[in-house]
Design a protein around this ligand. Structure first.
Ligand code: GMT
Length: 410
């Protein structure tokens, strides 16, 4: 691809010597719409970074680019085979000496192999640790074969705000940020955090997360609604990976307080390290009949659609993709006022942002909506309208532009 641009630049010099303007114009147009072979390195799980990376790859493939997903497992959102998409599993050999099998090295080797033999034009890595580190090692290895590997690193949040604070990883993440060709973050807030924590001097581009509005929209599901809330109780929803940072215990506390005033049911979607504690908490509070743990779910939009409110009580949240998905399904959100959530939500219009741990404040805001059908209807309408700003059709071209820029410079 780079070679073609070099030829085009050569023709440009000839143009100044009377080269046919129209053939040059069509040459440039063709190059601008060139399809790219992209390697996407990602976590395959339900977490937001994996979801965004997979949805990005699926959309790029639909647009004619060739996408190679690289991970230790098939990504959960890569539901079925489609044209232009390939999946490459990274497997780590077992060896008695390896107490910690070196995944990064296996991933590096896989990247080198794919760049050489699948002729990848560029690599887009999601999450700094270890993906960006492996990519940079692969880039250095490929240099000795005179192959350039442009790298775009997208930072998602916990790689900066949690793992990034671990002193052991700080120099590694700094190195990854400095040596990636392009760095993006999913919110302005994460960009600021990255600059502050890592004293970054280089450019960082903000490309917000996105979603498919045709998939995430309110849909009728009376059977589910009747099963969850047979007495027409209000339905509160939370979805996450149940890590400590999500403070799901606060969701339960707010829910219990709501129930002191109104009949309500809580649906908890997802799974993770805190689930057992939370199940115990719900039993201790005699709420086991009112709180349903649904586990990991593929068709989350069907469940979100029956909700009245979505609660997200995280200590920190760089973006809050699950909340955006709820808003697209016309569900107002009560969230904490940390990180990038204020860039997604409109406080007082699509829901409310409260301080971390402010159980009373969140309960009061939730009740103010649940008790006022007129206000609720306005919030539902505005939630969908706000979610439309994150339409994948509008956001994905920003990544394509970055790819193009990267390839033009390489
Ligand atoms: O939320 C998590 O713990 C998972 C994590 C991930 O890497 O999948 O989510 C982060 O990236 C998402 C996609 O960009 C964001 O929507 C989440 O806000 C962010 N999580 C945190 O910042 C805690």
């Amino acid at each position: 691809m780079t070679k073609k641009w070099v030829e085009c630049k050569f023709n440009l010099t000839r143009w100044s010597n009377k080269y046919d303007f129209y053939s040059l114009k069509s040459e440039i147009k063709e190059l601008c719409s060139l399809k790219v072979r992209i390697g996407i390195v990602l976590y395959p799980t339900f977490g937001g970074s994996g979801v965004i990376a997979t949805e990005l790859g699926k959309s790029l493939a639909k647009k004619g680019h060739q996408v190679h997903f690289i991970s230790y497992e098939q990504p959960v959102r890569f539901e079925h085979f489609s044209e232009n998409i390939f999946f490459h599993e990274v497997s780590v050999s077992k060896y008695p000496l390896f107490r910690f099998p070196p995944y990064e090295l296996a991933l590096t080797g896989k990247i080198v192999d794919l760049v050489k033999y699948e002729k990848l034009d560029l690599l887009h890595v999601h999450y700094a640790i270890p993906h960006a580190a492996a990519a940079i090692m692969a880039k250095n290895i490929l240099k000795s074969s005179a192959i350039q590997l442009p790298i775009i690193t997208t930072l998602h949040g916990t790689d900066i705000t949690l793992i990034g604070r671990d002193k052991m990883y700080t120099p590694v993440i700094s190195h990854c940020i400095e040596h990636s060709d392009v760095v993006t973050t999913v919110s302005e807030s994460l960009k600021e955090d990255t600059i502050d924590y890592f004293n970054v001097k280089r450019d960082i581009t903000v490309v917000p997360n996105f979603l498919d509005l045709n998939r995430f929209k309110k849909m009728e599901n009376n059977a589910l609604k009747d099963w969850v809330a047979p007495q027409n109780e209000h339905i509160i929803i939370h979805a996450s990976n149940f890590r400590k940072v999500k403070r799901v215990q606060d969701v339960i506390k707010v829910f219990c307080k709501i129930r002191e005033k109104l009949p309500a049911k809580l649906l908890l979607i997802g799974d993770g390290p805190e689930r057992k504690n939370l199940e115990n908490k719900s039993r201790q509070n005699n709420q086991a009949d009112n709180i349903k743990f649904l586990g990991k779910q593929n068709k989350i939009e069907e469940i979100l659609s029956v909700g009245d409110l979505f609660l997200i009580t995280s200590e920190t949240e760089s973006f809050g993709l699950a909340a955006l998905e709820a808003m697209a399904c016309e569900v107002p959100v009560i969230c904490t006022n940390t990180g990038g959530q204020k860039e997604v939500m409109l406080d007082g219009r699509t829901g409310y942002c409260c301080s971390v741990g402010d159980i009373d404040g969140m309960t009061e805001k939730a009740l103010s909506l649940l008790n006022d059908p007129h206000k609720m209807a306005n919030f539902q309408k505005d939630a969908r309208k706000q979610a439309q700003k994150f339409d994948q059709k509008e956001i994905i071209p920003s990544y394509e532009k970055l790819y193009q820029k990267l390839l033009n410079n390489s």
